[in-house]
Design a protein around this ligand. Structure first.
Ligand SMILES: *Cc1c(COP(=O)(O)O)cnc(C)c1O
Length: 377
């Protein structure tokens, strides 16, 4: 059987029961399960505000659009960001007519605080931080840099569901944290996410913004007995960003198993490290700071002749991934090409080994065996 880089595992019967409740209630839209899931995520993370959305891509976009409007950022003001990420992260900045300024990453795959500092200018308004693979990197230093320089902190937490730092879910310090529950993430639904603003006032705004700017949600209107329950006003040029009850139903079930699943991912990660330990001179692992308990969304290595190794793995019916090609290689971001040396190195050498709940120790051994033969050949 082919070994894919990702394969989502669902608690199928529980999910179906939860979805059935939506179908029987005749309510699959905003409200009902979305409210329950927001409450459950608030409790799980300890974050102040949680708003369920239909993807993290739209969440990142709304996060920046709302901050820009709130703090009167001007077009072409700058957000310092990473080139090693999925393009949603940086598209969100461009879409608001702001400028992504790329800083380099370090051996944690996350932004290098020194490089971030060196990119700060008069026009810098915020830092966009991505916990790559669930690793928090030097997050605490980034928090300090933002404080010292009066910068907003936005976290793309797409890989971070369940990551803990010094025993707690990180993100309380950030102005906004955006999670993804896309089909291959640690808490898979199909497509959805959560946007968590620190400021409750901005949470109120995003609730309107995510439904075209309408100032009352459907559920409140339909469950309210007032004579004018059909009435609403429109406050913002919003978007269709909110999530629905079917996705929330799946999320509610999967959340119950997130910590269990992540601990198995950490086990897989330990097995990989053990099986590849003898290649330490030839394969680099991702460094993790003390106190970081990663969600292990990814297990990444850095290796010479990466593309050949991928072909070799493919021949053995193993399909790894690459997270990510440096965004400055893409046309949209080519203005920054060559500005991040280590990111360029990572882009050419990084490999994500299969990481999901269906993998066994035997699979890990098989994968590592192919890698071992290749690297030593
Ligand atoms: C998956 C991902 C996103 C986008 O998430 P969606 O929910 O699919 O929009 C954004 N950033 C990173 C780093 C991701 O991995």
């Amino acid at each position: 059987m082919a070994i894919q880089v990702f394969k989502a595992k669902y608690e199928i019967n529980e999910c179906l029961n939860e979805i059935r409740e939506c179908l029987e209630a005749g309510w699959t839209g905003l409200g009902f399960k979305t409210v329950q899931f927001e409450e459950a995520w608030k409790k799980y993370t300890g974050l102040q505000n949680t708003h369920f959305i239909n993807s993290s891509t739209i969440g990142l976009y709304m996060a920046i659009a709302i901050l820009k409007n709130e703090y009167n950022w001007k077009n072409q003001d700058e957000i310092i960001t990473t080139p090693i990420t999925f393009i949603s992260t940086n598209h969100a900045i461009l879409k608001s007519d702001l400028k992504p300024v790329f800083a380099d990453i370090d051996d944690t795959m996350c932004l290098d605080p020194k490089s971030v500092k060196s990119r700060i200018s008069e026009r810098t308004k915020a830092v966009m931080y991505v916990g790559i693979g669930g690793n928090m990197g030097n997050y605490k230093e980034i928090v300090n840099i933002c404080r010292e320089n009066g910068l907003k902190l936005i976290i793309d937490a797409a890989h971070m569901s369940g990551t803990r730092l010094d025993g707690v879910i990180p993100g309380q310090e950030a102005d906004v944290v955006v999670y993804s529950y896309q089909a291959v993430k640690n808490l898979p639904t199909a497509d959805s996410g959560m946007i968590c603003f620190k400021d409750s006032r901005l949470d109120e705004i995003v609730r309107k913004y995510s439904w075209l700017g309408i100032n009352k949600d459907t559920y409140a209107r339909s469950s309210n007995n007032g004579a004018y329950k059909w009435k609403y006003d429109v406050d913002y040029l919003g978007d269709k960003g909110h999530g629905n009850s079917v996705m929330a139903a799946i999320g509610l079930v999967q959340l119950k198993y997130l910590d269990r699943d992540n601990s198995y991912r950490r086990q897989l990660s330990k097995w990989y490290q053990k099986e590849l330990d003898h290649l330490k001179d030839k394969i680099k692992f991702v460094r993790m700071e003390v106190g970081c308990e990663s969600s292990c969304h990814l297990f990444q290595i850095l290796v010479e002749r990466r593309d050949e190794l991928i072909q070799e793995l493919n021949k053995n019916d193993i399909y790894p991934g690459v997270h990510y090609i440096t965004n400055t290689d893409y046309k949209m971001y080519s203005y920054a090409k060559g500005s991040c040396t280590y990111a360029d190195y990572v882009s050419a050498h990084v490999l994500s080994l299969p990481m999901h709940m269906y993998l066994t120790y035997e699979d890990v051994k098989k994968i590592c065996n192919v890698i071992s033969c290749f690297v030593e050949s």
